[in-house]
Design a protein around this ligand. Structure first.
Ligand SMILES: *Cc1c(COP(=O)(O)O)cnc(C)c1O
Length: 385
């Protein structure tokens, strides 16, 4: 185990008690806890509808599917994201068109390049709010409007993250959130689809549960006795055990994010003296989730980045890379393009430990270790010249 892990679960007795109480209620599948979780989520981010699902991957699939994206269509998406964002496009038979990010310091999709990638087959754009920092939504929405494209937000990194005062995941047609263990809100596995559109809500709610017209809970409570299958749906339901974890987690979220903001500030201060380090999004003024703490090394290479990561590993500090480029994965070979900024970032980014209970002295130790790693690298390189 690492002395300083990448992430720590924000769990205590409250989560344990919530699960026990759901178990004791004897209703463990989708039911009242899911409904409560959804209402709480709607309130928290200010959206008309939220549908709890068993993962964000389900949400992304339902988003594409319910918006009518299908075979022959093209969907513009980032490559600097988790593979699920792109897999969801393949699920519906459409073609992913990879788009570069804005810069080494703004790791979100580049609106100018989106426009240049539009063809007469483009149906939608999926955007991803990296680390919880919002994409440049105003230009993205006006491009979508101009070319009649749907906008899907992969908001997995940013529950409660804001863009000009509105929460992300409420701005496009559909928002998609994940409650996988290492996310800001953790239920083990879990997801949420959000939308302000009544038609999409009705469609996705039915698709979540096989296309059935009524749910087991409605029948068990005497509100319905029969059901029809109105369309071919899926089983993407979240159970009430995990929903009860989600409720506790949502109630803790704001306080957790405020602490993360403090951790990020501490990183910004401690890293400011290292001119070889870019801190992406350092000019951001919005309230954001700080799901991860990325840095990008300047004038660097994959070998140097891996050297620094390895040095931190030896110091007991766990790091990660967000992400390996999706367009470089073997399965996506036929869709690959050259994305210079993404390609530099995936080779030179390091995700540092980020969680609300990370202490100031630990952040100082991490940043001091990065400085030593860079010194060591520089002296090795100089000595071998
Ligand atoms: C975690 C994550 C997903 C997948 O979420 P699951 O709930 O594990 O399906 C998709 N996109 C991004 C950007 C993520 O971080």
């Amino acid at each position: 185990m690492y002395e300083i892990p990448l992430f720590k679960l924000n769990y205590d007795l409250e989560e344990e008690n919530a699960v026990i109480s759901t178990l004791k209620s004897k209703w463990i599948s989708t039911g009242p806890k899911c409904a409560e979780f959804e209402r709480l989520f709607e309130e928290l981010i200010g959206v008309k509808h939220a549908i709890a699902l068993s993962s964000c991957t389900d949400a992304l699939h339902l988003a594409n599917y319910s918006l009518g994206v299908g075979p022959g269509d093209e969907v513009i998406c980032p490559s600097l994201t988790f593979a699920a964002t792109v897999n969801s496009i393949i699920y519906v038979g459409a073609k992913p068109v990879f788009c570069d990010i804005k810069s080494y310091s703004d790791l979100t999709i580049d609106p100018n390049q989106i426009e240049s990638l539009i063809s007469n087959r483009t149906r939608a754009v999926i955007v991803m709010d990296y680390a919880g920092f919002p994409c440049d939504m105003d230009p993205i929405l006006s491009i979508a409007d101009k070319y009649n494209l749907k906008v899907i937000e992969d908001s997995c990194h940013g529950p409660m993250s804001e863009y000009k005062g509105r929460c992300i995941g409420t701005i496009g047609d559909v928002g998609c959130f994940s409650f996988f263990s290492n996310k800001n809100v953790s239920t083990g596995e879990g997801g949420m689809l959000t939308t302000n559109r009544d038609d999409l809500y009705d469609k996705c709610k039915s698709l979540r549960s096989h296309g059935m017209s009524t749910m087991s809970y409605q029948r068990a409570t005497g509100h319905a006795t029969e059901y029809d299958i109105c369309e071919v749906g899926f089983n993407y339901r979240l159970d009430d055990i995990r929903a009860s974890l989600g409720i506790v987690q949502l109630n803790k979220l704001k306080a957790d994010l405020i602490k993360r903001q403090g951790v990020r500030k501490m990183y910004e201060t401690s890293l400011s003296c290292l001119d070889e380090v870019i801190i992406p999004f350092s000019d951001n003024k919005e309230f954001v989730s700080n799901y991860i703490m990325p840095i990008v090394l300047k004038d660097s290479s994959k070998i140097k980045r891996d050297f620094v990561r390895n040095y931190l590993h030896e110091k007991g500090i766990q790091t990660s890379i967000h992400y390996p480029a999706v367009h470089k994965f073997s399965v996506y070979k036929q869709y690959t393009r050259t994305l210079p900024i993404t390609e530099y970032v995936v080779d030179n980014e390091i995700s540092l430990p980020m969680y609300s209970t990370l202490k100031d002295n630990e952040v100082v130790y991490i940043c001091e270790s990065i400085r030593k790693a860079l010194d060591k690298w520089n002296s090795t390189v100089t000595n071998t010249k």
